[in-house]
Ligand binder design. Structure first.
Ligand code: SAM
Ligand code: SF4
Ligand code: SF4
Length: 340
């Protein structure tokens, strides 16, 4: 029997943030100069992470995504992949990465059993990449995308956060690029979460607008009908190319949300927008058994009523979820801590 929440949503997807560090400074995620980092001694070890995964598996989770921060900054990541992928009950181990270190690790990750990669790519223009991320590493990202293809990953994706006046003129070039490398693009609406302190509704390009731009260029676009709890709605171009749109801001999908997030220091969040999490590190290090931890998680998930993005949508005068001072006081609210 799956573990379901107060709205009958099963617990299926676990996103593990394996580090809060990052080698980029994307304007929609980490725009500040200084951050409060998680202390090293609080970061869960691979053994602790593997144990936590066992607990989640016992409650019905079968899909795990590694994220961060930048997950490839965590030393020895393929070993964690190997441990998770070899567990009975795990059907899918994916990773979301900015791609900078992917060329160095793609083969080892494939050998370790990683199922899929999602690479974040917001622009194909070097000047824009620099302005958006404050680093000059677009060639490394593109090399990482190629390397993952060569390593044989199937079902890889490119995630693009679309922002008005920043990269909304690159939808077509990004789709065309994705065709050449065999990835599926997912355009993501800019969200007012965590570090997005500069967010404003005026900067959001809605799903409807994206579709209008793309059908203006390509001709009629068809919705791909599927029965899935995945966040992206999928569409097909007239030539059959499939892409996705994640409309978290203008048309949220909370009613089918089966995911939760664990920060690198073991705080469990039931929603991307949740202000409070549950500390799993203390019981884990305090010697709790798998069964005791499972009972704690089950109790907590059963009471889950989170539907953060829907609540945000209903707000008038919506501004960014948190401002700098609040993020400094509660760094766990940051997107790079809870993994996006
Ligand atoms: N560093 C890795 C990366 O960028 O792929 C993994 C962590 S990052 C927090 C995970 C995803 O969250 C990325 O695809 C990123 O584009 C997305 N993201 C971060 N802030 C966002 C925002 N304000 N709105 C929409 N997506 C956001
Ligand atoms: Fe960008 Fe990902 Fe790093 Fe955030 S965690 S700054 S989205 S690369
Ligand atoms: Fe799930 Fe929260 Fe995102 Fe809604 S806002 S889809 S409940 S994580």
């Amino acid at each position: 029997m799956p573990t379901v929440d107060a709205f009958d949503r099963p617990l299926r997807n676990l996103r593990l943030s394996v580090t809060d560090r990052c080698n980029l400074r994307c304007s929609y995620c980490m725009p500040e100069d200084e951050y409060v980092w998680l202390p090293k001694d609080k970061i869960l070890s691979f053994e602790e992470l593997a144990r936590v995964v066992d607990v989640f598996l016992s409650l019905g989770v079968d899909r795990v995504r590694l994220t961060g921060g930048e997950p490839l900054l965590r030393r020895g990541l393929p070993e964690l992949v190997r441990q998770i992928a070899s567990k009975p009950g795990v059907t899918d181990v994916a990773m979301t990465t900015n791609g900078i270190r992917l060329a160095d690790h793609a083969e080892a990750l494939a050998r370790a059993g990683l199922s899929r990669v999602t690479v974040s790519l917001d622009t194909l223009r070097e000047d824009r990449f620099r302005a958006l991320t404050r680093r000059d590493e677009l060639p490394q990202v593109l090399a990482g995308i190629e390397a993952a293809r060569t390593a044989g990953f199937a079902g890889s994706k490119l995630d693009t956060v679309v922002m008005r006046g920043v990269n909304d003129d690159e939808l077509v070039p990004l789709l065309e690029y994705a065709k050449t490398v065999g990835y599926e693009v997912r355009f993501i609406e800019y969200m007012d979460v965590g570090g997005a302190t500069r967010w404003s509704m005026a900067d959001v390009v809605s799903r409807e607008e994206m579709l209008a731009t793309l059908s203006g260029h390509y001709g009629p676009i068809e919705r791909v009908v599927e029965d899935s709890s995945a966040p992206a709605d999928r569409y097909a171009l007239p030539d059959g190319t499939v892409f996705g749109i994640i409309s978290s801001t203008t048309a949220p999908f909370c009613s089918t949300c089966d995911r939760s997030r664990l920060t690198a220091d073991g705080m469990w969040y039931l929603c991307l927008y949740a202000k409070l999490g549950l500390d799993l590190r203390a019981p884990l290090r305090g010697g709790a058994t798998i069964e005791e931890l499972a009972a704690l998680l089950k109790r907590t998930w059963s009471g889950r009523t989170d539907r953060g993005a829907e609540e945000r949508l209903a707000m008038h005068d919506r501004t960014a979820l948190a401002q700098r001072d609040e993020l400094r006081a509660n760094p766990h609210l940051e997107m790079h801590k809870r993994g996006g």
